[in-house]
Design a protein around this ligand. Sequence first.
Ligand code: AHG
Ligand code: MN
Ligand code: MN
Ligand code: MN
Length: 290
Amino acid sequence: MSKSLDSATAATDSTVTETIETIADTAPAVRTAIATHREQAGGVNPSGDTQLAADVRADELFEQRLLGIDGIATYASEERDELATADGRLHVAMDPLDGSSNLEPNSGMGTIFGIYSEQPPTHGKYLLAAGFVIYGPVTSMVVARNGRVREYIAEEDDYRLIDDDVTVPGEPTVFGFGGGVDSWTDSFEGFAEEIRRELKLRYGGAMIADINQVLSYGGLFSYPALQSRPEGKLRLQFEGQPMAYVVETAGGRSSNGNGSLLETNPDDLHERTPLYLGNADLIDRLEASL
Ligand code: AHG
Ligand code: MN
Ligand code: MN
Ligand code: MN
């Protein structure tokens, strides 16, 4: 590799590392925001979700800290219309607080991130790394990078590696489907009826926790196309592509009903997508049934 190419690759690697570490180090401040910014923010985000003050505060925290990293060019999130810009080369797209409807019942919430080499809205093939943080009983972080998925948990002031090679277990055991049976299409309802007889229902209302169950126990997570909402609920750029990158790197499959979420190209920064993630054979069966 030529010297200049070598140094550009090294610069990219160090920016990706610094971005992941900055997101990890922001976890305590996000946990504080969850505890102190619990009220409605009074507005909706660009995809029409009601915003909590914690959504807005988490978004501000990540923007400030990530744009402060030398190699970062833009910061985009589901909570803001436009990208925030700086003069680096890499692009971060985030769901700053995932599962914010779990704030009131104090159930699992998290942060989803994707680090892209091209400016969003952009194709999943430009992902350099992706992952998520879970603000649960302990703070944990799952990172997919260079063909491997690793899991860490936060201890006093550092993170400890607890799994150096996260892979979707071959034998699926759990499923979680969002949207509610009354809003599903007939074909998805038929598939869900089959799956209900084979797997155990575990649905917590925050995709980071529900997908982490699939990474731990094998199975399926979906927020499907709905009768009233064929595009589903989840955002392709901020939730779909990063989580598909994690699950596919862990040996599973992703789909929007037709094919991998990493094979589509968001036209709009905030577009929604039907989302199906989990064991490859189950996703194959699902696509055949839709
Ligand atoms: P967010 O809080 O970032 O808007 O995401 C919530 C999403 C996702 O985490 C979860 O799978 C889904 O919404 C749950 O939707 P329902 O509350 O309709 O089940
Ligand atoms: Mn939201
Ligand atoms: Mn979300
Ligand atoms: Mn969110």
